[in-house]
Design a protein around this ligand. Structure first.
Ligand code: PMT
Length: 402
């Protein structure tokens, strides 16, 4: 399954550290994935082995660990997360965050991150009420850190009052809120194409391309996360079916078109598939023989254009039709031409020259071309492109963008 959110969970010292195991278990049920940084204090309460077993990932503890830095430096740890969650957040770690200290892996990662941060404090009632802690929390809030809880009730120290770690389901709800996983697209239907098509030459050979399906699959997952009822029509790929998405597996462009037409009407269509423009005019029933020939010609015939068919449908045009343009030169200019020719609303233009690694790679640099102009996006992971696009679609359909 493609995770619905990648959480970097920092577990600091406190009796409530055991609740973080439950947080991970329940979060994984919701499709989230977790990497854990365990502080020295946290490891006094729960072992790294428990976190490794429940998260299915290596647990990170030391800033100056040659192995950890070589495998996954602290910068990459935070870059590869959608959100950093500190749970439980001790008074000590909150103070370090507020004052910019960086003397261990957790505090250094927090200082170096460009990702949203959420803290779920847990401590003794007096520590929580202390003016120093309250000032630190106010500082963190002012800097945009999300604070969940603490709850009140009986505390592990025997006292009563504010300082209990929020319940795992409340923290998970807050994570989904912060990551914009509110159901902004609920009640809407989305159709996404992804991956390459295979056009048979004979029973054992076909024409294909290097599309991995990573971009299209991530878009389907992101639309589903925002609540759209999503159908992914996928050519042959190694990508797993995304969570919460209906998937139709097809091979050829003709099958992809048929599956898309059968899905209509939909509100949103995103064509990310690298559909073969041409197919062999006649696929051999038997394996073609060489028969001593050194050259061989293939007659090709044009495939149907799925994006244009959807965009130009007289009876069931989706409200928003989005295509891609895979270009190796004059990327935006060619995308503008495709926008007009195919009749879609937006084109996401991407440079697929060999050195970009766009085909098959994990990152993409998008130029969103529409009748209102061109938006240049920074280079993002394909998941981040998908999330940004899903948000952009939701804003558009809710009227926030022209
Ligand atoms: O799969 P990945 O490895 O993650 O790589 C992602 C990607 C590079 C494949 C993706 O970002 C991308 O650019 N997809 C479109 C690839 C493509 O076929 O581009 P194009 O410029 O040839 O086609 C323009 C648009 O028309 C595309 O939306 C395409 O899906 C659509 N099309 C093209 C031909 C056809 N017969 N039918 C179509 O629907």
């Amino acid at each position: 399954m493609i995770p619905s959110a990648r959480i970097l969970l920092i577990v600091s010292g406190g009796i409530a550290a055991y609740k973080s195991l439950e947080l991970i278990r329940r979060g994984r049920d919701r499709g989230m994935s977790f990497r854990v940084i365990l502080t020295r204090g946290g490891a006094e309460f729960v072992t790294p082995l428990s976190f490794a077993s429940i998260s299915g990932e290596k647990v990170y503890q030391e800033l100056f660990s040659l192995t950890d830095e070589a495998e996954m430096g602290h910068i990459r740890l935070s870059r590869e997360a959608d959100l950093i969650v500190v749970a439980p957040a001790s008074a000590d770690l909150l103070a370090k965050m507020a004052h910019g200290l960086a003397d261990d892996l957790a505090s250094t990662t927090l200082l170096a991150t460009d990702k949203p941060v959420m803290v779920a404090p847990a401590m003794n009632v007096m520590m929580w009420a202390n003016a120093a802690t309250q000032a630190n929390i106010a500082t963190l809030r002012a800097r945009g850190v999300d604070v969940v809880g603490p709850g009140s009730g009986d505390l592990a120290c025997g006292e009563e009052g504010s300082g209990r770690l929020s319940e795992p389901h409340d923290i998970l709800d807050a994570i989904e809120r912060v990551l914009g996983h509110e159901k902004l697209l609920s009640g809407l239907k989305a159709l996404v194409t992804s991956g390459p098509t295979h056009e048979p030459i004979d029973p054992v050979r076909y024409i294909a391309n290097r599309s991995s399906g990573k971009q299209g699959h991530a878009i389907a997952a992101a639309l589903a996360k925002l609540g759209a009822e999503t159908l992914l029509v996928s050519g042959p790929t190694r990508e797993a079916d995304p969570a919460g998405v209906a998937v139709r597996h097809v091979e050829t462009a003709a099958q992809m078109l048929a599956a898309c037409e059968a899905a209509l009407p939909v509100d949103i269509a995103v064509c990310a598939a690298a559909v073969a423009d041409w197919r062999p005019a006649r696929a051999g029933n038997q394996k073609l023989k060489k028969n001593g020939a050194n050259t061989k010609s293939l007659d090709l015939t044009a495939n149907p254009d799925i994006l244009a068919t959807l965009a130009q449908s007289k009876t069931a045009r989706p409200r928003l039709v989005i295509g891609f343009a895979a270009e190796t030169e004059q990327v935006v200019k060619h995308a503008e031409e495709k926008l007009k020719k195919k009749g879609c609303d937006w084109i996401l233009a991407n440079d697929v020259s060999e050195n970009t690694g766009t085909f098959g790679g994990d990152a993409n640099t998008i130029h969103l071309v529409s009748a209102s102009g061109v938006e240049d996006w920074p280079t993002l992971s394909k998941q981040d492109v998908a999330q940004r696009l899903a948000r952009r679609i939701a804003d558009h359909l809710r009227g926030a963008h022209a």
